[in-house]
Design a protein around this ligand. Structure first.
Ligand code: GRF
Length: 206
């Protein structure tokens, strides 16, 4: 049985595209994208989903009075599509703790820096401004704190002297598009074990 996942997006959806491509090309992927949800209309992520024939729904942030009611609404919509897992692929809203209670250890986020360094909405820029020589990608389970839950996978990216935020983000995204489908596949096939903060991959020697 495939794991039914809802992918949440706020932007161009290039990570969503990597997941769509993998689901199409790899018979062992193990996850089925049952819906793509966003907090705003008119974004590339929704177009990519529509092109792939995946149902979409906008759950607009401003239609709800607070984070609690927004979180409940988007979780209800995801569950209504049959999803038992949320994949945050560039979703720029912070969900309330209700989401974690509802999908415990079943929400996965991708962050464009090596956590715990540079959490928040500007991970690429913050790393560049700080002057680090290495940054990268983190994929983690979501817990009650922002950019904090158990880390599933990381990959490093060297910062070049001539890098701008855009050029660095482009190279980070290349890593994201490689790593995210791998992680979702491992999760969907029941190969990730969580003990405290530590996540191990069954059957993978790294
Ligand atoms: C990614 O770099 C991700 O790490 C961050 O937002 C970006 C989304 O890009 N959270 P895209 O919409 O998948 O192209």
């Amino acid at each position: 049985m495939e794991t039914p996942v809802a992918v949440l997006v706020s932007g161009s959806g290039s990570n969503l595209q990597a997941l769509i491509d993998e689901a199409r090309d790899d018979p062992e992927f193990g996850a089925r994208i049952v819906a793509v949800l966003s907090d705003r209309p008119g974004i590339g992520g929704l177009e990519r989903a529509e092109r792939a024939g995946i149902p979409t729904q906008v759950v607009a942030w401003q239609d709800y009075p607070d984070r609690h009611s927004y979180t409940t609404a988007i979780c209800d919509v995801a569950a209504g599509f049959g999803a038992d897992t949320l994949i945050l692929a560039g979703f720029m809203r912070i969900l309330g703790p209700e989401a974690v209670a509802r999908f415990p250890n079943r929400i996965i986020n991708i962050h464009p820096a090596l956590l715990p360094s540079f959490p928040g909405a500007h991970g690429v820029r913050d790393a560049l401004v700080y002057g680090v020589k290495v940054t990268g990608v983190t994929i983690h389970f979501v817990d009650e704190k922002v950019d904090h839950g158990p880390i599933i996978a990381q990959s490093s990216v060297t910062v070049l002297p001539e890098d701008t935020e855009e050029s660095l983000h482009r190279r980070i995204q290349r890593e994201e598009h490689r790593l995210f489908p791998e992680v979702v596949k491992a999760f969907a096939n029941g190969r990730l074990r969580i003990e405290g903060r530590s996540v191990s991959w069954e059957g993978v020697v790294s």
